[in-house]
Design a protein around this ligand. Structure first.
Ligand SMILES: CC1=C(CCC(=O)O)c2cc3nc(cc4[nH]c(cc5[nH]c(cc1n2)c(C)c5CCC(=O)O)c(CCC(=O)O)c4C)C(CCC(=O)O)=C3C
Ligand SMILES: [Fe+2]
Length: 412
């Protein structure tokens, strides 16, 4: 590989959150920063093992703004071509302004890139870990161009989205196809594969089980009848949920995967703690016009109902999100917490899986599994609860209901 040069897409060019005095929250307070920051541009050459056939792993995420000036351009990028009125965007922007325009998501991803690289290194692998976003710098196209500049040709993508559905899976595949087409016009040929969606990977379940179990211990409410587990995910239009899945006419895989995981977590935490833990799956961050049905109930409405039933303590577990971002720090830690306070409910928010070692180790298991598959070796994909999602998405799965667009990493 030729000697790499750092440029503006280099994630290490920005200071990590822990060193940013302007940060209003520090979601990375638990990150071990005693090791020097990982710099993908400085991957040592030598006889370290890589992971054939891949030259690099790329973390693909949603992206978020980091200051006030970036908020409206970010929101316009997210809703591009969707005709969302500016006053709706201004309303969402207010959530970001509460945090000085800085979403925690990018710092979380910088830490995750570092953690994934650390886990690869622990396994004796020197494969670089790159980072690209759909909606904010470093943009995916720029990250892939940079990889091509550095001589890389085959890239393995891991997204920060675990479940089935258009928004959580196919939309990322469309972004990859678009980026590859753009680069092809520049004469740059790259091949990109993706690890399977990991909502049904055992390490995702086990990490969430442990985090919920610890949160129940913290809340100190011994009466099962007064305590509820509240599992939360991003609401999506019911039409999007109805068509989520491998195109087998069944649909509703988005909701089903969350529901199944929520039950396993409640059961397993209950076994560990010898308690009978009741739970519900609820939603946050609904957008779209009121006339369009989205998945319900909303977490705030659910908290009202629980309080009316005499519940005093809630453990809120954001299983739909792999790290803290605006939905977590605003919709849950700000809005839902205010609702809980008003109702006199004690609320314990469970951490997201973030850079938890067991979760990160599971991601790298998936990376190794996908590489073995690409080398033509037979692999038995671990899955619990439920079934493994395919690493090459099925034709027609999780369709784009607005327009058919090319998507990478699938049969169509
Ligand atoms: C399933 C799902 C995930 C989880 C999977 C994944 O992680 O990808 C997710 C993540 C995220 N969604 C995010 C932000 C936004 N989502 C929006 C809009 C929408 N999300 C949807 C679904 C999802 N979204 C849908 C069906 C819409 C409406 C239609 C559309 O526009 O596609 C809008 C537009 C404004 C509004 O209408 O609210 C914004 C600003 C951020 C960044 C937060 C930060 O900055 O920290 C993240 C991680
Ligand atoms: Fe969203």
């Amino acid at each position: 590989m030729s000697s790499p040069t750092a440029d503006s897409t280099d994630p290490s060019a920005s200071a990590p959150a822990a060193k940013d005095p302007a940060a209003t929250t520090d979601p990375l307070a638990n990150v071990d920063r005693t090791e020097p920051a990982y710099d993908p541009a400085e991957t040592p050459e030598g006889d370290d093992e890589t992971l054939p056939p891949y030259d690099a792993v790329l973390l693909l995420s949603f992206g978020g703004p980091e200051n006030r000036e970036e908020v409206m351009p970010f929101l316009r990028q997210v809703t591009k071509g969707r005709g969302i009125p500016d006053d709706r965007l201004e309303q969402v922007a207010e959530h970001y302004y509460l945090f000085d325009g800085k979403s925690p998501i990018n710092d979380q991803n910088r830490a995750l890139v570092e953690a994934m690289h650390g886990e690869l290194r622990r396994r004796g692998l020197s494969t670089p870990v790159l980072w690209g976003n759909r909606n904010a710098a470093p943009f995916l196209t720029d990250a892939l161009r940079d990889a091509h500049e550095r001589g890389m040709r085959r890239i393995l993508v891991v997204t920060t989205s675990a479940y089935a559905s258009y928004s959580s899976c196919r939309q990322y595949r469309e972004n990859i196809a678009e980026a590859l087409a753009e680069l092809q016009e520049e004469g740059r040929e790259l091949r990109v594969d993706k690890v399977r969606q990991y909502a049904t990977h055992p390490s995702f379940a086990r990490t969430n089980i442990r985090l919920v179990t610890e949160a129940v211990r913290r809340i100190d409410q011994p009466d099962d009848a007064k305590l509820r587990l509240v599992f939360v995910t991003h609401s999506i239009p019911t039409a999007m949920d109805d068509t989520s899945g491998p195109g087998d006419e069944e649909g509703n895989l988005y909701e089903h995967q969350h529901d199944e995981l929520a039950h396993v977590i409640a059961d397993e935490a209950g076994i560990t703690l010898d308690r009978d833990l009741s739970s519900a799956l609820v939603y946050c961050s609904r957008s779209g016009p009121p006339s369009q049905p989205w998945l319900e109930p909303d977490i705030n409405d659910h908290l009202e109902k629980l309080a009316a039933q005499g519940i005093t303590d809630v453990v809120v577990a954001p299983i739909g999100f792999v790290s803290d971002h605006m939905e977590v720090v605003y919709d849950l830690d700000t809005e839902a917490r205010a609702t809980a306070d008003r109702l006199g409910l004690r609320m314990e928010r469970v951490p997201t899986v973030g850079v938890d070692l067991e979760f990160v180790s599971g991601l790298i298991d998936l990376v190794e599994e996908r590489a073995a598959e690409a080398r033509g070796e037979s692999v038995t994909p671990a899955a619990w609860p439920g079934e493994a999602m395919p690493s090459i998405c099925r034709r027609g799965c999780c369709p784009n209901l607005r327009e058919a667009l090319p998507a990478a990493c699938g049969e169509d």
